[in-house]
Ligand binder design. Sequence first.
Ligand SMILES: Cc1cc2nc3c(=O)[nH]c(=O)nc-3n(C[C@H](O)[C@H](O)[C@H](O)COP(=O)(O)O)c2cc1C
Length: 287
Amino acid sequence: MFQHRIQDLIRNRSSVRAYEKQMLSIEDVNKIDGLLSKFNKGPMGSSVRLQLTVSKTGDTEALKGLGTYGMIRNPAGFVIGAVQPTDAGMIDFGYQMESIILTLMDMGIGTCWLGGSFKQSRFAECIGVQHDEHVPAVISLGYPTDKRHMMDRFVRFAAGSKKRKSWDDIFFQKDFKTTLSPKALDSYSQVLEMMRLAPSASNRQPWRIVHDPDKNMYHLFLLRSRAYDPKNVGMADLQMADMGIAMSHFSLTAVALNRKGDWVVEDPKLEDLLSGTEYVITWKASH
Ligand SMILES: Cc1cc2nc3c(=O)[nH]c(=O)nc-3n(C[C@H](O)[C@H](O)[C@H](O)COP(=O)(O)O)c2cc1C
């Protein structure tokens, strides 16, 4: 599916907020249009409706009306996604949009998730949002001005430079009291490492994993930040989308390493939950 190794795509990706003043090539537009239709169903079964909007005139000003509050310079286009705003819908939205981001990275196209700094109503209008749908976030895209982002140059600029929580902060063994060492795992240490490097809204990294070695299961939990609690702010549940993003890094890496498994709902009902965490989903590894 990818030209480059998924681990290299993940390690080298970072948000690109400034693009060349250049339209996407016809070949790239056709390729992206073709691939969007493959990402319309997530692992939880919800439909994610996707649309590519590009500047056709070479004049990226034309896209300015969509509104990104000056955060994004010269976008060549956007991928807009609409979904039903349920937990499953938000997970599938995050999962599929992140899979698209990694595929675009594979093509040498830079991207940035926009969940806060975009005018939702304009994008919703653009995709013709239905009454039961939301546009929780969009992806800006284009050829990066900073050539270090191009995969064909393959500079390992991002390796090691990502600001991410350490293993001890987010990965646990059996319960939330015991931390999980990569040494305790086989190739799943790489799978977890690739999940650790995933992007998230405001880089909050709300995911936690409790590994059950006896059942060969990885239980995913969400530790919400108050700033992103959808009950407080009345916005889309972006941290549930973050869970979908983490799941995409997890299963794309597992597949690449030929480790088979499924996403299942099997709450371990742990007695001592880390305060504020909620159970989301489990990866059940097949032997
Ligand atoms: C759901 C989501 C929403 C985001 N919204 C914005 C946004 O509105 N504006 C922005 O500049 N970056 C946004 N980001 C990008 C994050 O800030 C960025 O991914 C994170 O800081 C990690 O940095 P990296 O992507 O360079 O690895 C968003 C990311 C995610 C996953």
